[in-house]
Design a protein around this ligand. Structure first.
Ligand SMILES: CC(C)(COP(=O)(O)OP(=O)(O)OC[C@H]1O[C@@H](n2cnc3c(N)ncnc32)[C@H](O)[C@@H]1OP(=O)(O)O)[C@@H](O)C(=O)NCCC(=O)NCCS
Length: 360
């Protein structure tokens, strides 16, 4: 496939001319039906609803039934995103799934999702950057589109943490929920692209929807502060399973500090790369790990809380799914509209982090 022409755009906030390869053409989400409120934990652990709400902002989360796998949870989100983009499955020529709770070790959840969707064309692969997975996948899809590999990429974040949390560890089991979110990232060049026509943002003269700047980072020295010891470095035995040694482990206090610092750094870097001020961003879409992490970041950046979108109270930390779920829910509720400038940032195990500035 030929490399698409990158659009040269003049932005409404008086930017210099910028090039964008892709834009978000559609979004969708899906969560399990089962609601698990904080009293579930208070019924068998030394914790309370009040403590969990105050320290995390979480009131409830959704957990999947044990027989549900990641590709199954992702499928409705993917179908919704494709329909929202005004496309059909036949238009999708790439599937990237960010997850750390795949259906199997292999084949990839992306291939299994491709099969569920009845798609036969294009590339498909999984990507593991833990809670930063969706941002990593978005940046990867943008680069694949820019290189001409594909035109309409389905970018999915899905995780089923109810499968990997230790129900007896009050410092971690209260935090996580299950969910799936998806976006369709489409080539900006309108030729041959069914979504291209909707790219012009009404209400913001001259502003084009699209990804304007991004940056990713990682520091493997943080690996032992947040991890799941179940793999070739830590081979499970019947005894280790019985002792729950294969479940997620975290030093919450340390992770909290690093998360705030990295989210602030990456926000500043992406804004600097785009050459715009923090005050020009309409909404901040940050990985929903802990409400206090998100608000600490906002305070440090000097951002009004009204610009920081939050839905952690309903879903907890859904890892790779949290950002596409927040995007899909905010769009459906009319909180974010075409033309809004969004700063999307994430931090996760690894450690990994990333940021994307885009016009919705
Ligand atoms: C886990 C987290 C909520 C704990 O909150 P915190 O305010 O940092 O609490 P601390 O870890 O300092 O612990 C304070 C006390 O609360 C206790 N505690 C921990 N979980 C508790 C719970 N569910 N209920 C009641 N008490 C709890 C701790 O044992 C500790 O008790 P101690 O002082 O007797 O040792 C918080 O550290 C956090 O959110 N960290 C980041 C987690 C995260 O986002 N991870 C994913 C990144 S993508």
């Amino acid at each position: 496939m030929a490399v698409p022409n990158l659009s040269v755009v003049k932005d409404a906030v008086n930017w210099p001319q910028v090039q964008t390869a892709s834009f978000v053409a559609g979004c969708g989400m899906n969560v399990p039906e089962r609601v698990v409120d904080n009293n579930h934990f208070a019924s068998y652990l030394e914790t309370t609803d009040e403590w969990i709400r105050e320290r995390t902002g979480i009131a409830e989360r959704r957990w999947s039934a044990p027989e549900v796998c990641a590709s199954e949870l992702a499928e409705p989100a993917a179908r919704e995103a494709i329909a929202h983009a005004g496309l059909t499955i036949a238009d999708i020529d790439a599937i990237i799934v960010a997850t750390v709770t795949p259906d199997y070790s292999f084949p990839s959840t992306a291939c299994l999702l491709q099969r569920r969707l009845g798609s036969v064309c294009g590339l498909a692969f999984d990507l593991n950057a833990v809670c930063s997975g969706f941002v990593y996948a978005l940046v990867t899809a943008d680069a694949l589109i820019a290189s001409g590999q594909c035109r309409n990429a389905l970018v999915v974040g899905v995780d089923i943490y109810s499968y990997i949390i230790n129900p007896k560890d009050r410092g971690t089991c209260i935090l996580f929920g299950d969910g799936a979110g998806a976006v369709v990232l489409s080539a900006a060049a309108p030729a041959g692209n069914p979504g291209g026509a909707s790219r012009w943002a009404s209400g913001s003269a001259g502003a084009l929807r699209g990804i304007y700047a991004s940056e990713l980072g990682a520091d493997g020295n943080g690996a032992n502060l947040l991890y799941v010891p179940n793999g070739t470095a830590s081979r499970p035995t019947p005894e280790s399973y019985a002792a729950g040694e294969h479940f997620l482990r975290m030093d919450g206090r340390e992770v909290f500090k690093v998360a705030v610092r990295r989210l602030c750094d990456i926000s500043e870097k992406v804004l600097a790369r785009a050459g715009i001020a923090v005050g020009q961003v309409d909404y901040f879409i940050t990985h929903q790990a802990n409400k206090r992490i998100v608000l600490s970041m906002a305070k440090h950046l000097g951002v009004d809380e009204s610009k920081v979108l939050v839905n952690i109270h309903k879903y907890g930390n859904t890892s790779a799914a949290s950002i596409p779920m927040l995007l899909a829910e905010s769009a459906a509720e009319g909180k974010i509209k075409h033309g809004d400038l969004l700063l999307v940032t994430a931090f996760g195990g690894g450690f990994t982090w990333g940021g994307v500035l885009l016009r919705w």
